[in-house]
Ligand binder design. Sequence first.
Ligand SMILES: [Zn+2]
Length: 341
Amino acid sequence: MTLIIDCHGHYTVLPKAHDAWREEQKAAYKEGRTPSPYPEISDEEIRETIEQNQLKLIQERGADLTLFSPRASAMAHHVGDQQVSEEWARRCNDLIYRVTQLFPETFVGGCMLPQSPKADLTASIKELRRCVEELGFVGCNLNPDPGGGHFEHPPLTDEYWFPIYETMCELDVPAMIHVSGSCNPAMHATGGFYLAADTVAFMQLLQGDLFSRFPNLRFIIPHGGGAVPYHWGRYRGLADMLKQPSLDEHLMNNVFFDTCVYHQPGVDLLAEVIDTKNILFGSEMVGAVRGIDPQTGHYFDDTKRYVDALPIDESAKHMIFEGNARRVYPRLDAKLKERGL
Ligand SMILES: [Zn+2]
């Protein structure tokens, strides 16, 4: 039997009071005052948002377990300052924790980090530790461009990032490279910024030598790896021209792509070009694209359908749905083993 593990889910439909408090927090920052206290949110409200959205779809589509993190577009690291980000991240991660307690069979936590454009990573490291050690989360989302669409941060291979890599390696948790909302009108968030950032991140890793310094560091590049699998020949050629080792030894022991590609030919290409060991099942639902594909009559983001239809054998499917996720997220593997799975 294969467990269907979705490595990419966000809490996108939230209790109204949580979203309202964020607006209050932003207004308070602008006006230079302390925000009103965070509201009480009942288990019932959380239950309702999950049952009517993610849980319903998970059950309809036949997944078993989702790695669940705060709504990515609302991380909005570019808003406010370090303190604003810190409190927002804590509230969002605490809600995720409550979801994992209310639905322990179905949701395992991934955290957002309180990154902020002008800050170092001290607060992010602290929150990562809290989420992993106290809340039982198994991974995090790391934003390579917390400025929100201007790409002004140093590349992921720069030593600016090393302190959090050290903590990730110590805790043995991977990061999904995941940008947030765009404040650049030239860059649509989910259609432009997300895919651009995925592609840019891969090229940064190709140019650098990060994994010889951090051999256990692991990144999931979401949305099918951006444009990377489609342009695999370009990246192989660039590695050669830049006198870097082949992609297989240089990057592909540490970098993984999910299956958040919303049509069959895209998932076919991903599976044909990229080694099975580097592909993790993901859907990012309910997220960027919520409609039904008129060509197929199915939801665009029902990605399990595309993986099911791949012309690969059962052991390869097992790796994509379960095995790779257990290897990339050892803390998830440990949780499943505790449950006898
Ligand atoms: Zn996402």
